[in-house]
Write a protein that binds this ligand. Structure first.
Ligand SMILES: [Zn+2]
Length: 249
């Protein structure tokens, strides 16, 4: 059990598009920072409940065995709270809607070009600026949008728009980074210009990450075919988390 951080602890703020991305992609690093006395905050950008979803948005929960009466995002926020507790981190949930509720009406659309009608960018940038003023992070962690999910793309655009001026370590998005030979990387050139950073994980931090990932129970079947598939994917990812940008402490 990680002790609570001191009130004057430096803050690491992870900007996670969805409820699971930061933990899947760099949960071992988050555990390591918490263990080293940092206050680790994971802000999930697209965490809003949406009442009475329909169409593709509804299918995104019913295909996981969750009926229309279930508050799918509330369930996932509970999973996130449990996951972050396993890492010694704490959640913040922003009130923005995931892409299926912003006009992206199919699975391919989630990985296609952002829609001109999707005007989330400026409000998201303002919210990220507010987060940075509130938490005064010494380090940001954020996605590279490997895989090209439109919510990850919008997150990067918004971070750039907010220009928080905080050293940022940009993570390789798991599990997309292990899908196929050459996953989409819409920001490949931009991140190739930044120095590569590697975090070698101690066994305890890997185990904390595994426990945290398992807490996202509603996503495991869809993403990995179940908990065993998650374990296999984490094994393939190995003991190193890779980033571009700011050095890690
Ligand atoms: Zn995501």
């Amino acid at each position: 059990m990680t002790p609570a951080p001191r009130p004057d602890a430096p803050v690491a703020l992870a900007l996670s598009p969805h409820l699971d991305d930061a933990v899947f992609s760099c949960g071992g690093t988050l555990a390591r920072l918490a263990g080293a006395g940092w206050r680790v905050v994971v802000a999930t950008l697209f965490a809003a409940s949406v009442p009475d979803p329909t169409g593709f948005a509804l299918a995104c929960q019913t295909d996981k065995g969750l009926g229309p009466e279930v508050d799918y995002m509330a369930l996932r926020r509970d999973e996130d709270a449990a996951a972050l507790a396993a890492l010694g981190a704490e959640p913040v949930w922003l009130p923005f809607r995931e892409a299926p509720h912003r006009g992206y009406g199919s699975a391919p659309a989630l990985f296609g070009a952002p829609l001109a009608s999707d005007a989330i960018g400026p409000v998201l940038a303002t919210a990220i600026g507010d987060l940075c003023r509130r938490w005064r992070p010494r380090l940001l962690l954020a996605p590279q949008a490997v895989g090209g999910h439109v919510d990850h793309v919008r997150a990067i655009e918004a971070i750039d728009g907010a220009a928080p001026g905080v050293p940022t370590a940009w993570w390789r998005d798991f599990p997309y980074v292990l899908r196929g030979q050459d996953p989409a990387e819409p920001f490949r050139d931009r991140f190739a210009r930044l120095p590569p950073v590697e975090a070698a994980l101690a066994p305890a931090d890997r185990e904390a990450k595994r426990s945290a990932c398992r807490a996202y129970a509603s996503q495991l079947g869809f993403q990995f075919g179940g908990p065993d598939g998650l374990d296999a994917m984490l094994e393939r990812a190995g003991p190193t988390e890779r980033f571009r940008g700011a050095a890690l402490p």
